[in-house]
Design a protein around this ligand. Structure first.
Ligand SMILES: [Mg+2]
Length: 240
């Protein structure tokens, strides 16, 4: 039997908006603009080193051990340092990158198909995202996703990022949703799935690659919420 959900909350990056591809292109444009091709560093290496530092620093930002200002500066400064690239301003680099990022429009396969389907079924859809306000709104607008969503809740605005309960609480109150009628869909196990489970709503773990974790069955018992796993967005049509 299908469970009756009314409110669907989506994560944005790598759930609907293809962050991996979009970030790659935005970073490449930034790299070419500031560094060009005359340095002995391949863009692929730059991209890998940047992603390593960015992921690590974002964890610190989520856990509130570093500020946004430090995050956006250090992710590039650490990349420059590691690759021995001197003389570039990490702050200008970051601004250019964020600007390019918001212009990118690649979506995860099946996004629009799924959203049209859910819209036709009258689900109320919102976004809960850990991101910066100056980028997330533009991404939504430029990629054509905006018309599907009633609201977007951004961690920077709400002040506490996922997996903290505050942002989930704020979101469901704002759209008058009941926990029992709400479903969270996201690609990050810790942030989206455990975040939603900890708050007490059912969730969908969207993992294009099969995910190996001994924690999954234990977490399910601990939180007593349903956790579904999908490998393609279109699979949600079977659930909703
Ligand atoms: Mg995500």
């Amino acid at each position: 039997m299908k469970k009756k959900y009314k409110h669907i909350f989506f994560d944005l990056d790598n759930t609907l908006w293809d962050f991996k591809i979009n970030s790659f292109f935005a970073l490449e444009k930034t790299y070419l603009n500031f560094i060009g091709e005359n340095k002995n560093v391949l863009f692929e290496d730059f991209n890998n080193v940047y992603n390593f530092h960015n992921t690590k620093l974002w964890k610190g930002y989520r856990e509130k051990t570093i500020s946004k200002k430090e995050l956006v500066k250090k992710r590039f400064q650490n990349t420059f340092d590691e690759l021995k690239l001197g003389g570039f301003d990490p702050v200008s680099f970051n601004s250019f990158y964020l600007d390019e990022m918001s212009k990118q429009t690649h979506l995860i396969t099946g996004s629009l198909d799924l959203l049209n389907y859910l819209k036709s079924k009258k689900y109320v859809m919102s976004i809960i995202t850990n991101g910066f306000r100056e980028v997330q709104y533009k991404k939504l607008e430029n990629s054509g996703l905006k018309p599907y969503f009633q609201k977007m809740f951004i961690s920077e605005v709400v002040k506490t990022p996922k997996p903290g309960v505050e942002i989930f609480e704020h979101a469901i109150k704002s759209v008058n949703a009941k926990k029992s009628e709400s479903l969270m869909i996201g690609d990050d196990w810790e942030v989206d799935v455990i975040g939603a489970a900890g708050f007490g709503i059912d969730s969908v773990f969207f993992t294009p690659e099969p995910y190996e974790s001994e924690n999954i069955p234990i977490i399910k018992i601990k939180y007593k919420t349903l956790i579904y796993t999908i490998h393609s967005l279109i699979q949600l049509k079977d659930l909703l």
